[in-house]
Design a protein around this ligand. Structure first.
Ligand code: SAH
Length: 468
């Protein structure tokens, strides 16, 4: 480690910025977050720097003596950097010359700001873009209101010291403070909830951490399609109870020590019943754990999220719900199928082809009318029957259909056909992965960037044989 990270107290101290252009302005913007006295030396000022209340314009041209007594110096004027750096170093003042590490005595990290919680990331200048990437990840991880939590702790520190004896008891108090319901109450700005848990924690007989369940939408597969909140919940989880549709990429985001419990329902295989899944969720939550129930897509769209929530809440378990990108939306974007198009369709229906007892029945007649668009979930096995019902209800056999298999994943396939050819297409192409079937979308008509589908040879041979 060549550069030693430190946090410098700039309250009331002079920081001098040499230069009045873009770079200087960027530095000043950062400095404005501190209580430093900001002084600028520049021939001309960027309009943003002309705010006389916090920023003093002390000179037009640089003179070494102007640096006397400053806490830090930034030089953002390529013409002057060498001179400024020499003058600062002669006075023992740390100096940074923009983009010139060789004449700087300190460098500036990438920062995640949740004041007063500050995360600084540095690569000693080797890989600024890497630092940016890490910054983004940490930024996504830390709740926006994290600063409130730290401030709250600071404001209570003395009071807690008078109530909770020093040592293990106090350490355990603060551990409780920064996890579980106390932390959640501060982050959610829930004053009443905070007061309740705070009193319990002070009295030392806090009920053991109450377990809870987060119903989290994992999106259609591509881990990048997770919401920030889903990402955070996954990383907080003690236990992850997940479906077959949750992709490996998403599961990899969990902590290494999180317990993973698969409860995937696989068609035609023995899989846990909904009752068994409910029991697993309840059992784990009752151990006082944070259970994340990860579901493909969105928990409330053909995901039984409502049932699990009702069951858990009736058993006294707190449940929160984090939405996800449902397959109909994720797959459409990935396959470039606009779900509504001006002058074509004004609505789109999401429907399931499968029900507890087989094919899900719908009122097919309205769906069969011209101009209707709908997205079918769980439709691969029932595709022949669904197409039959729609044709019986008068849909035009040439109505365009797009099938998106394994949408948003590397193995995605997009097939286009018509309602009349739906069943054959599925058979010929050997569609077996989870698929969305879109009926009546304008773009579903064969377009140039649709991937031609390979016909599975064994299926083709079998069909040819049967036909001959
Ligand atoms: N809650 C989920 C849906 C669960 S039902 C959601 O909101 O998306 C399961 C069905 O979702 C599958 O049969 C398939 O129709 C669809 N599905 C889920 N992930 C998919 C994917 N990556 N590609 C295509 N269809 C998908």
């Amino acid at each position: 480690m060549r550069y030693f990270p430190i946090f410098v107290d700039l309250k009331g101290r002079r920081v001098i910025v040499v230069g009045g252009g873009e770079e200087a302005t960027r530095k000043v913007r950062l400095l404005l977050k501190t209580d430093a006295l900001i002084e600028v030396i520049a021939n001309e000022l960027h309009p943003e720097l002309a705010d006389g209340s916090r920023i003093r314009w002390i000179a037009k041209s640089f003179l070494p003596d102007l640096l006397d007594g400053a806490a830090l110096v930034y030089s953002a004027d390529p013409q002057l950097n060498a001179e400024v750096s020499a003058a600062a170093q002669a006075r023992g003042i740390p100096v940074n010359a923009v983009d010139q590490a060789d004449i700087s005595t300190f460098i500036i990290p990438s920062i995640v700001d949740r004041d007063p919680v500050i995360v600084a990331i540095g690569t000693e200048g080797t890989a600024p873009v890497l630092a940016q990437g890490i910054r983004g990840k940490i930024d996504a991880l830390l709740p926006q209101s994290l600063g409130n939590l730290a401030r709250k702790a600071a404001s209570l520190r003395e009071f807690v010291a008078t109530k909770v004896p020093h040592g293990n008891r106090r350490r355990s108090f603060w551990q409780q403070f920064f996890s579980g319901p106390l932390q959640e109450a501060v982050l959610a700005d829930d004053a009443a909830g905070f007061e309740l848990h705070f009193q319990q924690a002070l009295s030392g007989n806090a009920t053991p951490a109450a377990g809870r369940v987060s119903l989290v939408g994992a999106g259609p597969g591509d881990p990048e399609l997770l919401t920030l909140k889903a990402h955070r919940r996954i990383q907080e989880a003690d236990v992850i109870v997940y479906d077959r549709l949750v992709s490996d990429g998403v599961l990899e985001m969990a902590r290494r020590d999180a317990i993973r419990i698969p409860v995937g329902k696989t068609p035609f295989e023995a899989s846990p019943s909904q009752r068994e899944i409910n029991d697993v969720l309840l059992r784990e939550a009752q151990k006082g754990l944070h259970v994340v129930r990860l579901k493909g897509g969105d928990p409330y769209v053909f995901g039984r999220g409502g049932e699990e929530q009702a069951f858990l809440e009736s058993a006294g378990i707190a449940v929160d719900v984090v939405p996800g990108i449902t397959a109909a939306l994720g797959c459409a974007a990935s396959a470039r199928l606009p779900l509504t198009q001006r002058g074509h369709n004004r609505s789109i229906t999401l429907l399931t082809a499968a029900s507890e007892s087989g094919i899900a029945e719908h009122d097919w007649a309205p769906l069969a009318k011209p101009g209707q668009a709908f997205a079918i979930y769980m439709g691969v096995n029932a595709a022949g029957d669904i197409a039959g019902r729609l044709l019986d209800s008068g849909i035009a056999p040439s109505t365009p259909v797009a099938i998106v298999e394994n949408g948003t994943l590397a193995s995605e396939r997009v097939l286009t056909t018509t309602i009349g050819g739906l069943w054959e297409t599925i058979q010929f192409a050997g569609v077996t992965g989870p698929s969305m079937i879109y009926v009546g979308l304008r773009q579903a008509r064969a377009s140039a960037d649709v991937v031609p589908f390979p016909i599975r040879e064994d299926i083709r041979d079998a069909l040819l044989k049967a036909a001959s």
